[in-house]
Every structure is written in structure tokens, then in C-alpha cells.
Ligand binder design. Structure first.
Ligand SMILES: [Ca+2]
Length: 272
């Protein structure tokens, strides 16, 4: 799978090399899972992949967030179980898997939670190793990006901000609250970010811009140099519907969900 991933990302990068400006690619999506079939109150939010598991969050009318674990196989998604997020986390909106840790950001509590994935999967139990509050409002998305060998957390604040704000992961590893003066890197971006995903040198951004949904693929080294998502954009693609949420890669496809249709979607094989 790793090898195929590299082919996918080479391809996505190659598309833009052919042209001086970003390339738009129209892609097909299939509905993979009806989130409302689990519970009528569930609204899709965060998604990421760990081995052959899909980790997914929903919020139930802002009353609580629930973390759902699915088993993924080609073209299929099988529900396994779900656990509640902490009570304060009423709107958990973006995931970033890093090794055995799931970093989850919550739009309402403005906190990043570090969740132990093996315990989650093996014991169906939510164990939060650590967590830290952000001295910022409406923290909707996060991505962990390597900057000169040091992991940085980049966050966006959905409606409030058109910037990616980066700070060292080590600053906040031991809990507490992150003050805004710890932000070292700011990158200009379009509103309104719904999800972020990092693989190799590529950052994938799902954006809802007044009802027009786009998935943008960005060259990370260029983005860090120019401090601009726009200047570093390689490729844009259509999202599945009207209210795209967080996104991730599985094999050669993109997985995402939509808050309007309440489905989880899978793209066509992007290497074909
Ligand atoms: Ca994400």
C-alpha cells in the first residue's frame, strides 16, 4: 500500500508540473456509508485511517461527540463499535493519526486530545494520554507537519480565520494551555477549512467556500517557503457534495464525509 501511495502522490504532483498553474481534476465519488443509519442525530466530522481501520467522529446536535471505529476493505466500510468522547468535547472535528496516537481537535472545547489507538481498538476504550487547550476559538482543524525535522501542529479556526497557524508539538506535549504567542508560523489560506490531511510532502485541504466544496493538494515545502497555500497549490478537485468534512487517504483513494448528505464517501482510484 505504501508503494501505491507514493505513486498516487507522484501523480498528483506530476499533474501540476505539466502546467504552470494548479490543475483541476474532476473526480468521481461513491457513497460508502450512511451515517444516519447508526443514529438519526449523528452529524459527520473527523476521519482518519489507522492500518485497516477508519476512525471517524460524529457530533450529536452539539450534545456530545462520538468516536466510531470501522473496518475498511476495498470498496467497503464495516461498523465495529463506538465510544463517547469526553463531555466537554461536543464538536470533535478533525483527526490526525501519528504512529499509535490519534490527535483529535475539538471546535467547541478548543482542546487537542491525544488518544491511544491500540487501546481504543483492542479494548474498545477511550484512553486520553494527554491533551492541551488552545487559547483560541473555533479550532476546527489540525495537521501535524514536519518542519526541518521538528513536528509542528498547524490549526485552523474555521469561520474566524483564513490562516494556518503552526506551533511546535513539543510546546504542548505536557498539557496546559497553548498561548497564541507560541505560534511561530502563519500561512495564508482560503476560508473555510473543514479538514486537513498530511502525507509525504503533500497537504490535503477540504474547503467549504460558501457552498462550493473543494479539495486542494498543496506542496508542503513550497507552502512553508512562500507562507501561502495559494502559491503552493498543485491540484484542486471536486468534493463529493455540499458540506465536505475532514478527509484522509486509503490506498489510492480519498475518504471524506459530508455534513449535508450525512454519508461517508470514497473517491475513485486516483492512479487510474
Ligand atoms: Ca484530518
Amino acid at each position: 500500500m505504501k508503494k501505491l501511495n507514493k505513486i498516487l502522490f507522484s501523480l498528483l504532483g506530476f499533474l501540476s508540473i505539466l502546467s504552470a498553474s494548479p490543475v483541476h481534476k474532476d473526480i468521481k465519488w461513491v457513497k460508502l456509508f450512511d451515517v444516519k443509519s447508526l443514529n438519526e442525530s449523528y452529524v459527520p466530522q473527523a476521519i482518519d485511517v489507522y492500518k485497516d481501520y477508519v476512525l471517524f467522529s460524529v457530533h450529536a446536535k452539539d450534545a456530545k461527540s462520538v468516536l466510531i471505529v470501522f473496518k475498511k476493505s476495498p470498496g467497503k466500510l464495516e461498523y465495529l463499535f463506538e465510544v463517547d468522547m469526553p463531555n466537554e468535547a461536543t464538536h470533535t472535528s478533525d483527526f490526525n493519526v501519528l504512529g499509535d496516537i490519534l490527535y483529535a481537535i475539538d471546535y467547541a472545547s478548543n482542546k487537542i486530545y491525544e488518544i491511544d489507538i491500540p487501546t481504543l481498538i483492542n479494548e474498545q476504550k477511550l484512553v486520553i494520554n494527554d491533551g492541551f487547550y488552545l487559547d483560541m476559538a473555533r479550532t476546527g482543524s489540525l495537521a501535524i507537519i514536519d518542519v526541518d525535522g521538528e513536528p509542528y501542529v498547524f490549526i485552523t479556526q474555521f469561520i474566524l480565520s483564513n490562516k494556518l497557524k503552526g506551533f511546535k508539538l513539543s510546546e504542548v506535549k505536557n498539557g496546559g494551555t497553548l498561548d497564541t504567542d507560541k505560534i511561530e508560523i502563519e500561512i495564508s489560506n482560503h476560508r473555510f477549512v473543514q479538514g486537513l490531511f498530511v502525507k509525504y510532502n503533500m497537504l490535503l485541504i477540504s474547503t467549504n467556500n460558501w457552498g462550493i466544496d473543494t479539495i486542494t493538494i498543496v506542496d508542503i515545502p513550497k507552502m512553508l517557503k512562500t507562507k501561502s497555500v495559494e502559491d503552493a497549490t498543485l491540484t484542486t478537485m471536486n468534493a463529493p457534495f455540499k458540506m465536505v468534512e475532514d478527509l484522509t487517504i486509503y490506498g489510492n483513494t480519498i475518504l471524506t464525509s459530508d455534513e449535508e448528505s450525512n454519508y461517508i464517501y470514497e473517491s475513485e482510484d486516483l492512479t487510474k
